[in-house]
Ligand binder design. Structure first.
Ligand code: F6P
Length: 407
């Protein structure tokens, strides 16, 4: 049987289309499929000598630029068709990565490629916080290097507004999947039985992909010295020294992004690691802040057991479900940790190495998101200061390894 498929990405800018296109590319390739991405933006930047990132270029009323964009779209369709024809009788997939939000554009695609071996994938994300963060990251790409950060953000937002005016969601197309790219969740699915690769693709869409995630705990803080809970202490001089050693250890790996909590000790460590990297940004989320110990914040475990033995006892009795008075428990951290992880995955796109610097309870929760653990065991997962967890996940494999720093 001649197995081939055109995948047509659909969605507004910053909704995770290109990340998903890459994810499909890598997964299909791993399955032995011949696969190629045809990206309209890439072609526009390559073939156009002038910088076309300014918003008016994307104004649908601007006839000249609209015609240019259609030309690039057509060129990619021709290239994709050629790719499919060239590899006749092989398992092959051409991924067309562009916004494709207007009905007219999609009609042109269907009339050029036919209706049958065509799958539209609409990427949806309505989470304003994550879209804003993604726009901030996008504003740093070379296309905007001639603009200030604010101008780039304005420009991207204006571009998105223009696309919104011509956006018609998928509805009557023959084969389509709508996916919530932030939650990697399928929202709607209408696909012919037996459409090549569609079952496999469905699996890719709902699987979080992580090439390499390094999960670290911050090095020694002043509170750690006295075994005190929570707080917002700085790193000790030993903590700073160890952070430099860890930074040297990771200097061999390219780290474009480091994620931290908003607490001083993780940010301080990230800044040290950043010194040993080129082009490395730090993104801090309060979703990754350490468990809030409420009325016992700042106390040591010993003090708690002496002054408030009932808290100590109750927590030991059922640590996962115990919630500190005026504070949190592991159980009540679930939602924010999950949200933090999803933000990391969304913003990391397809980069090779992701680094998270967290805290003891936070890192236990992050690990348990990826690796199944009984809830009652989660508060006892070992989270060393002199080691880290390495996590790799794709649809075929889950790797999770505790490594010690050697220095
Ligand atoms: O002691 C360091 C620390 O990160 C505290 O801030 C936090 O309350 C605690 O570890 C979490 O670990 P456990 O749940 O085992 O008390």
């Amino acid at each position: 049987m001649d197995n081939f498929l055109y995948v047509i990405m659909v969605g507004l800018p910053a909704r995770g289309k290109s990340t998903l296109a890459w994810k499909l590319y890598e997964s299909l390739k791993r399955d032995g499929v011949k696969v190629k991405i045809f990206n309209n933006g890439y072609l526009r930047r390559k073939l156009n000598k002038e910088n076309t990132s300014y918003p008016e270029f994307f104004n649908p009323a601007n006839k000249q630029s609209a015609a240019l964009r259609e030309r690039y779209a057509l060129l990619n369709l021709q290239r994709a068709k050629k790719f499919i024809q060239q590899h006749f009788m092989k398992n092959r997939v051409a991924i067309l990565d562009a916004t494709n939000v207007s009905l007219e554009r999609r009609k042109r695609i269907m009339s050029f490629l036919g209706y049958e071996n065509l799958l539209f994938i609409e990427c949806i994300n309505n989470d304003q916080e994550i879209i804003e963060e993604n726009i901030r990251l996008k504003a740093r790409i070379p296309e905007f290097s001639h603009l200030s950060q604010e101008q780039s953000i304005y420009s991207l937002k204006k571009r998105i507004n223009y696309y919104e005016t011509i956006y018609t969601p998928l509805e009557n197309e023959r084969n389509f999947i709508k996916v919530d790219t932030f939650n990697y969740k399928i929202l709607n699915y209408k696909v012919d039985n037996g459409l090549p690769f569609s079952e496999r693709i469905r699996d890719f869409l709902v699987t979080p992909f992580i090439n390499n995630l390094y999960l670290l705990r911050h090095t020694q803080s002043f509170f750690n010295l006295e075994d005190r809970l929570g707080g917002d202490a700085q790193l000790t001089s030993k903590g700073i020294q160890d952070a430099h050693r860890i930074a040297q250890y990771f200097a061999k790996k390219r780290l474009p992004l480091i994620f931290t909590s908003t607490l001083k000790r993780t940010v301080q460590m990230a800044k040290i690691i950043q010194q040993y990297q080129n082009n490395c940004s730090i993104i801090s989320f309060d979703d990754f802040n350490e468990i809030n110990a409420g009325i016992v914040e700042g106390m040591s475990y010993e003090e708690i057991s002496k002054k408030m033995p009932e808290i100590d006892q109750a927590r030991k009795h059922n640590k996962y479900y115990y919630v500190y008075p005026n504070g949190e428990g592991y159980v009540s951290m679930e939602n924010r940790i999950e949200r933090g992880i999803k933000k990391v995955i969304y913003l990391s796109k397809h980069i090779d190495n992701i680094l998270i610097i967290g805290h003891r309870a936070v890192n236990r929760m992050i690990l348990s998101y990826f690796v199944y653990k009984r809830q009652e065991d989660i508060p006892y997962i070992y989270i060393p200061i002199d080691g880290y967890y390495h996590i790799k996940i794709n649809q075929n494999k889950k790797l999770f390894e505790l490594k010690k720093f050697k220095f």
